[in-house]
Write a protein that binds this ligand. Sequence first.
Ligand code: PLP
Length: 387
Amino acid sequence: MMNLKNIEDQYGLNLFAKRGIILVRGEKTLVWDDTGKKYIDCTSGHGVAGIGHANPAVVDALTEQAKTLITCTGSFYNPVRAQLMEKLISISPSSLSKVFLCNSGTESVEAALKFARLSSGKKEFITAMRGFHGRTMGALSATYNPKYRTDFEPLVPGFHFVPFNNYDAILKTVNNNTAGILLEVIQGEGGVHSGTREYFSQVQKLCNERNIILIIDEVQTGFGRTGKLFACEHFDIQPDILCLSKAIAGGFPMGAVLCSEKVKISTGKHGTTFGGNPLACAVSLATLDVILKNNLVQESEEKGKYFSDKFVKYDLKIVREVRQIGLMIGIELKEKSQKYINDLQNEGILVLAAGQSVIRLLPPLIISYEEIDIVIDNLVSVLGAQK
Ligand code: PLP
């Protein structure tokens, strides 16, 4: 067989720290490598495969829509797009009434920033330390980690970083030129840290009083990941803009920006060629159907609790803290996590890092209790073996 690793290393732009295995197939919670070895995928492809890999509803929607109409730009009406827009508004926080469809998380943030500047007539943004919002120049300007930012400066001006979940810091920073405040409800890349109800209610009040656009980034937390359909629901947040992507379309690339009446934007001010294409819309509709009809949001809540209740009982010495909200789980270690992530992979469990010391698990919401037990057994044997 050709050496696929060499070929990818030769022709790919070495941008990803490779994990050494070649994944060739996925089904439900499992993925297989080219040697036939099976893994429980607690990464869901960075949170994308919320309803698992190769979900038949996704496959059917893709196939059917591909035979009907793949591309149709926003210049023309399309029934599948219309249906999806209506659906998204019907399931999201009640402040939201309009939709812009795009193709990725970073694009949704990029659009949100433009919409906020245009709607408020102001230029600056407040965003959080440890926050992650994407890699394009606008979204990167809102992303905190210098590792991602520094080499690309100068970035878009006007971004102020404040400690997350600290309202006083926002009060000290806000000014008459603040267009938007951009926050995750639960920071994912930043290590699975949640804000509080009080924090978000104060920020929301401030935004309402000062004509500031409250942008909530639920690219990672949306669609049941945290045990609510949207993490906003944990704290009754009514955003002016909600950024969505990842799990929105069962693995198919898609993003969405949901907007309140505060967002005012006129024809031609923003656009996209692929955004809202019927293929993505059909798959997203099928995905939402699977999530809602199978009560996956509730399952996420129950399974996440089952995981953490059981795992914390082991009281492993190496574990500093377990932070769990639905099936968004961060295990903070007292040392660097990469070695343990590799060990888990060797044992057939794929997990993610978040920063240097956090093991992050984002399993598909359809993970079974038996699979959770297997994941815990492996975590305990890999982490428990360390003194
Ligand atoms: N926002 C959040 C909260 C994310 O977690 C991510 C990706 O991890 C992004 C934005 C960027 O999304 P994408 O990688 O699809 O551009």
